[in-house]
Design a protein around this ligand. Structure first.
Ligand code: ASC
Length: 150
């Protein structure tokens, strides 16, 4: 009885390990944690992009220090989010293409991090913030159009 139960546990772990493969296995205890991680990063990123957009639109007074703080947050978060797209950690919004077309998904990540890396320097003035925020936003949109369900 005990041996049988142990065997079942080992088999379950083996299957779970296969589905939920590296590198996620090392970072997240279960698929839901990976989903929560990426959604958290995206939530914070959207919030800070929203603050920058409000300044760019003139809905909020421009303040270079506050803008640069948000820009740095966006830069960091844009590098963090991707770990959460672990194999097997699917969700309603995540299209299967994320995993089926991983090379293109990785290319989109690299485009985003290349643009967010320029955001803090651009956030020093409205004239430089506006176009760079536009460049970041267009990468966001393109990736969402291809890889996210509404
Ligand atoms: C945001 C946000 C997005 C992007 C996208 C840019 O603030 O939540 O998903 O910007 O709308 O086009």
């Amino acid at each position: 009885m005990f041996a049988l139960r142990s065997l079942a546990v080992v088999a379950t772990l083996a299957v779970a390990g296969g589905i939920f493969s590296t590198p996620a296995r090392a970072q997240f205890a279960k698929p839901e944690d990976a989903v929560k991680y990426r959604q958290s990063a995206m939530f914070l990123m959207a919030n800070h992009v929203g603050r920058l957009s409000a300044m760019a639109r003139g809905d909020r007074p421009f303040d270079a220090a506050i803008a640069q703080n948000s820009a740095r947050a966006v830069e960091t978060l844009s590098r963090l989010a991707w770990d959460g797209f672990a194999k097997g950690a699917d969700s309603r919004r995540a299209k299967p293409e994320i995993w089926a077309n991983a090379a293109e998904f990785t290319a989109q990540q690299q485009k985003l991090t290349a643009e967010t890396a320029k955001l803090a320097a651009a956030a020093g003035s409205l004239d430089t913030l506006r176009p760079q925020l536009g460049a970041v936003g267009s990468v966001c949109k393109n990736c969402h159009d291809n890889f996210r369900n509404d």
